[in-house]
Design a protein around this ligand. Structure first.
Ligand SMILES: [Zn+2]
Length: 334
């Protein structure tokens, strides 16, 4: 069993943090403590895939005031879309059906939402007609008066993880095709993911598994990653599911099955968490899912959900774990 004790990230980049998790605006190396994103090989290189500095850089930009909380239809949302597309292009990841931007319109009683999902794909290493769809919503709740709701954990973190995982998968594809679905309008009621599945009904029959990433970085005191799964026995044997669970203990974060607390789209019992984020649209179509997140915390949907208030180190480890979980599940998918 691998026990991954990791310290630092690999490449040089411009998001700098000190030991107390604070962003350092002064970039002079002499002023930096702890994690400074310089070359550092102080870990077990064979098992580390996610570049911590790059991962944090994604969150830093996506949760900056410039993007103003990334509300659906806003200028900040457009900037987030541009950023995601640029990162996909840099990693040479192909758009889905010839375009990254997939627009949708949703009408509610007194409101019209104009949204755009960003969708890309990584083809399987040999022929496959099946998909793993990995989802992360990039929208958040925007601003209220002068206050920006930056949404660093919710869900710049999930988007950052998806971008980093996508880059790794592009270099080393899976046995299954991967659809990367950066959704819009999640906060308004899973609008983006629902629209996408309506637009692409064939994908529903081809999808063996949804992995949904929503809030992986928590607050500074977050120490535990939660997950919820549905119907894994459709595609995996008991022994394979056991192996999947055993992998949680090989990473230096705690992992717990299930979520506590309440969430806005509350229905009742377990079902409310099955519908709590984009995996809900797959659940409604009887598609197995695994949803990773930290659940509610002190900064949830507050203006204090900022880059400085997430748990940087935990977040990186959680992202690394998710990457390895996806690889493990793919190994057993037919
Ligand atoms: Zn969210």
């Amino acid at each position: 069993m691998l026990n991954i004790v990791l310290s630092l990230s690999v490449s040089s980049c411009s998001v700098l943090v000190d030991e107390s998790n604070q962003l350092l605006m002064d970039t002079r190396a002499s002023r930096l403590k702890g994690e400074n994103c310089r070359q550092n090989q102080d870990y077990e290189t064979s098992v580390v895939t996610i570049d911590k500095c790059e991962l944090l850089q994604h969150v830093y930009y996506l949760s900056s005031d410039q993007l103003a909380g990334r509300e659906i239809g806003s200028k900040g949302s457009y900037l987030a879309q541009q950023y995601i597309i640029e990162q996909l292009q840099l990693a040479k990841i192909k758009p889905f059906k010839g375009k990254y931007g997939h627009d949708f319109v949703h009408h509610k009683t007194f409101k019209r939402y104009q949204g755009r999902n960003i969708v890309a794909q990584i083809e399987a290493n040999s022929h496959s007609d099946s998909y793993i769809v990995i989802t992360a919503h990039y929208d958040h709740i925007g601003t209220q008066g002068k206050h920006v709701y930056n949404g660093a954990d919710d869900n710049a973190s999930g988007v950052a993880t998806l971008l980093s995982i996508a880059k790794a998968l592009q270099l080393k594809p899976l046995n299954t095709n991967v659809l990367l679905l950066f959704t819009d309008g999640e906060e308004a009621g899973l609008l983006g993911v629902s629209a996408f599945l309506e637009q692409q009904p064939k994908i529903i029959s081809q999808t063996l598994l949804n992995i949904n990433l929503d809030m992986l970085a928590g607050s500074r005191s977050t120490k535990r990653l939660h997950y919820l799964s549905y119907d894994l026995s459709k595609n995996f044997t008991r022994a394979q599911i056991k192996e999947f669970k055993a992998q949680h203990h090989t990473f230096s974060i705690r992992v717990k099955y299930g979520f506590n607390g309440h969430i806005r789209r509350a229905t009742s019992g377990q079902r409310r968490w099955r519908l709590a984020s984009d995996h809900g649209a797959f659940y409604r179509n009887n598609i197995p899912f695994v949803y990773y997140g930290v659940g509610e915390h002190i900064n949830y949907h507050k203006k204090s959900d900022t880059y400085n208030n997430i748990n940087h180190d935990f977040f990186w480890r959680a992202s690394e774990l998710v990457y390895h979980q996806i690889r493990l599940l793919d190994k057993y998918l037919i």
